[in-house]
Design a protein around this ligand. Sequence first.
Ligand code: SF4
Length: 71
Amino acid sequence: MHVKIIEGCIVCRQCECQAPDVFVIEEKAHSARVHQPHPNGDREADVIQAIKGCPVHVIKLKRDRVPATVD
Ligand code: SF4
C-alpha cells in the first residue's frame, strides 16, 4: 500500500495518534506528513482508521496490485 497526504490538512493530530509510525505532524509546515509511505500490511487497519477519522479527507491510500498468477 502507498499512503500520502494531499493539501488541506488542518493539523488535528488524529492520524498521528492513530498510527504514529506512519504519520507525523510537521509543526513548521503546519501539516501532517507521511513518515512511512509504504507501511507493512499489518498496519493497514490503523491506516484505514486514520483515513476514516481525517475530518478533511486528505489522506489517500493506494493498495498494491497483486500480479495475476499463471499456472
Ligand atoms: S487526520 Fe487529516 S487533518 Fe488531521 S492531522 Fe491527519 S491529515 Fe491532518
